[in-house]
Ligand binder design. Structure first.
Ligand code: NDP
Length: 331
C-alpha cells in the first residue's frame, strides 16, 4: 500500500517534488485499534501552513513522514469493541491507502443519514468554520450587507448561504465567471464579483451600495484591501483565512487598518477548533438546513489516491468549486 510523505518544506508555491510516494506494509493492529481502508481524503488550504516548520496552532508535518488530514474510511479489521468491520468512520487520517487508528481518535458516521462526504464539508470542518465564524464573530443582523471572499469555496459558499438564512444581503467574491454565475443562480447570493477583472474595485463598490457590515475574509491581500475601503461603522470581520499569502515568502506587513480605525471595525482571527465544544449543535443545525433545502453544498471530487498532491496544489489555482476531496476507493 502507498502513503504520501512530505519530501521537502516547500518554498513559495509547492510542487509535486515536495511530495513522495512510499510503499509500506499494511500495518498490524494492537488492542483498541482498527485497520482503515481510506475512501475519501480532504485536501485543505491550512495544510500548506503545516508544511512549514513554524509555530502555529497545529504542529508542522514531519519531513519524510505521511501527511495527514481529514478523511473518511471503512473499517476492514477491528481489535476494538467500539467498531466492527464495515463501519464507516471519519477522523484525522494519513494520506495512505490503509492506516490504523486508535478507537478514541475516530468517529463512526451514518452513511444512510447524509452522503459520507458531507462529513468533510458542509457538516464537517468547513461547514462548522462558516457557521461559527459568521454567527459568533460576524453577528450578522437582518438587512445588513455581508461580503465573503473565497465565496465559491467550501467555507465561503456556506458563509454566504448562512448569511442569507439570517436575512442579510450577501455579496460573494470569487475568481471566475463560472463561479460568479453559480453563486448568483444556484446558491442565492444577491451579487457576486470576480476579483480577477480589472474592474474589480468598481464592481465591488457597485455591489454594496450600502457599504459592508460584515466581511468574512478567506483570502486576505489585495481583495481584502478593496473590501476595507467599503466598511461601515462598527463592521465585523471574521478573519478566517488568508490563502493569497500562504505561498508568499515575504511578510505582507500591515495593510489598510486605518479603515478599521475610521469605522471602529472589529476584526477577530479564529480557528474552528475554538468552537469544538459546540460542534455537535452546529452540525445539527447545518444538517437541519440541508434537510429543509435552505442550504446547498458543492463538491469537487478528484478521483484516485495518486492525484492527491495535484488536488492539493489545485486549491491555489482555484479549480475547485465547493469542498475539494479526493476519492481513494469505493465503500
Ligand atoms: P476553498 O474551497 O475556498 O479553496 C480555496 C480557494 O481559494 C480556491 O478555490 C480559490 O478560489 C481561492 N484562492 C486561491 N488563491 C487565491 C488568491 N491568491 N487570492 C484569492 N483567492 C484565492 O478552501 P476552504 O473553503 O477549505 O478554505 C477557505 C479559507 O478558509 C482558506 O484561507 C483556509 O485556510 C481558511 N480556513 C480557515 C479555517 C479556520 O479555522 N480559521 C478552517 C478552514 C478553512 P478562486 O477561484 O475564487 O480564486
Amino acid at each position: 500500500q502507498k502513503e504520501i510523505h512530505l519530501a521537502n518544506r516547500p518554498k513559495g508555491m509547492p510542487t509535486n517534488d515536495d511530495f513522495e510516494f512510499v510503499e509500506q506494509d499494511i500495518p498490524s493492529l494492537e488492542e483498541n485499534q482498527v485497520l482503515l481502508r481510506t475512501l475519501y481524503l480532504s485536501v485543505d488550504p491550512y495544510m500548506r501552513g503545516r508544511m512549514q516548520d513554524s509555530k502555529s496552532y497545529i504542529a508542522p508535518f514531519q519531513l519524510h513522514k505521511a501527511i495527514a488530514g481529514g478523511g473518511i474510511a471503512e473499517v476492514v479489521e477491528s481489535r476494538s469493541d467500539k467498531f466492527k468491520q464495515g463501519d464507516i468512520v471519519t477522523g484525522n487520517l494519513k494520506w495512505a491507502e490503509y492506516s490504523r487508528a486508535n478507537d478514541q481518535k475516530i468517529r463512526k458516521i451514518d452513511p444512510s443519514a447524509a452522503p459520507v462526504t458531507t462529513h468533510l464539508g458542509i457538516l464537517g470542518m468547513t461547514g462548522l468554520t462558516a457557521y461559527f465564524g459568521l454567527l459568533e464573530i460576524g453577528k450578522p443582523q437582518p438587512g445588513e450587507t455581508v461580503v465573503v471572499s473565497g465565496a465559491a469555496g467550501a467555507v465561503g459558499s456556506a458563509v454566504g448561504q448562512i448569511a442569507k438564512i439570517q436575512g442579510c444581503r450577501v455579496v460573494g467574491i470569487a475568481g471566475s465567471d463560472e463561479k460568479i454565475e453559480l453563486l448568483k443562480t444556484e446558491l442565492g447570493f444577491d451579487e457576486a464579483v470576480n476579483y480577477k477583472k480589472d474592474s474589480f474595485a468598481e464592481d465591488l463598490a457597485k455591489a454594496v451600495p450600502d457599504g459592508v457590515d460584515v466581511y468574512f475574509d478567506n483570502v486576505g491581500g489585495p481583495v481584502t484591501d478593496e473590501v476595507f475601503k467599503l466598511l461601515n461603522t462598527n463592521a465585523r470581520i471574521p478573519l478566517c483565512g488568508a490563502i493569497s499569502s500562504y505561498n508568499k515568502e515575504e511578510d505582507l506587513g500591515p495593510r489598510l487598518q486605518s479603515y478599521m480605525i475610521k469605522t471602529s471595525a472589529l476584526m477577530q482571527g479564529f480557528t474552528v477548533g475554538n468552537y469544538a465544544a459546540q460542534f455537535e449543535a452546529g452540525s445539527k443545525q447545518l444538517g437541519a438546513w440541508l434537510q429543509e433545502g435552505k442550504l446547498k453544498y458543492e463538491e469537487t471530487i478528484v478521483e484516485g489516491f495518486d492525484n492527491t498532491p495535484d488536488a492539493f496544489l489545485s486549491l491555489f489555482k482555484g479549480t475547485n468549486v465547493g469542498k475539494l476531496l479526493v476519492k481513494v476507493a469505493d465503500p
